[in-house]
Design a protein around this ligand. Sequence first.
Ligand SMILES: Nc1ncnc2c1ncn2[C@@H]1O[C@H](COP(=O)(O)OP(=O)(O)OP(=O)(O)O)[C@@H](O)[C@H]1O
Length: 226
Amino acid sequence: MSLELTDVNLTYPDGDGVVRALDEVSVRVEPGEMAAVVGPSGSGKSSLLAVAATLIRPDSGRVVVGGTDTLGMRPRELAQLRLNRIGIVFQQPNLIGALTAAEQLVVTEHMRSRPLHEARRTALETLASVGLEGKAHRRPHQLSGGERQRVNIARALAARPDALLVDEPTAALDQERGGRVMDLLSEATRTFGVATLLVTHDTEFLGSAKQVLEMRDGRLGAREPA
Ligand SMILES: Nc1ncnc2c1ncn2[C@@H]1O[C@H](COP(=O)(O)OP(=O)(O)OP(=O)(O)O)[C@@H](O)[C@H]1O
């Protein structure tokens, strides 16, 4: 199911005026495809992800996740949509130190009211799909930085969401590990048939993205050739 933003506008109050963070932004990402958004600091990339994640309601425009128009949904309904249909991968893995890789996923499955045996099975399957077979019992400090980011990605995919939103996944990694995480994201996008929207400063690994877009002063367009 696709992810679709249409004519989205977002302003933040700023003293007596406003900051125009998103200016008539439209993007459509099909299932199994990845769109990458690059752009300078302050151009609106995080705001775009926050609106796509339904964490911020835009001033105007439409946000449709997996065919569901989120405009007019109540906060409780939005929370359910986020839990079940949107996966979010932040720059830092935000794993819980005391839990194993499998338990990181089981905890969120528990929030989705999945029976424990099913949650465990899904956790192991999803970890295997990101190349962590055999490492499900390890705690975060027993994993490398790239492996921790894989657990983070697996956790976001465990619910088999419609949309995967990814914020600077390579920022904390060196070039080689960053490249591998990007390869994994593009493979997972296809395998899980998810619509992936990724923002990054890093223009190095954009080859796997179907669309590469550039954000400038809140406006989203085709990326200018370097
Ligand atoms: N809560 C807020 N209140 C006021 N202005 C904000 C707020 N959050 C962001 N902004 C402003 O909105 C604009 C877009 O910010 P945003 O964080 O979306 O940019 P970004 O492209 O993600 O930047 P970076 O790459 O540095 O993370 C910037 O001018 C920023 O200063």
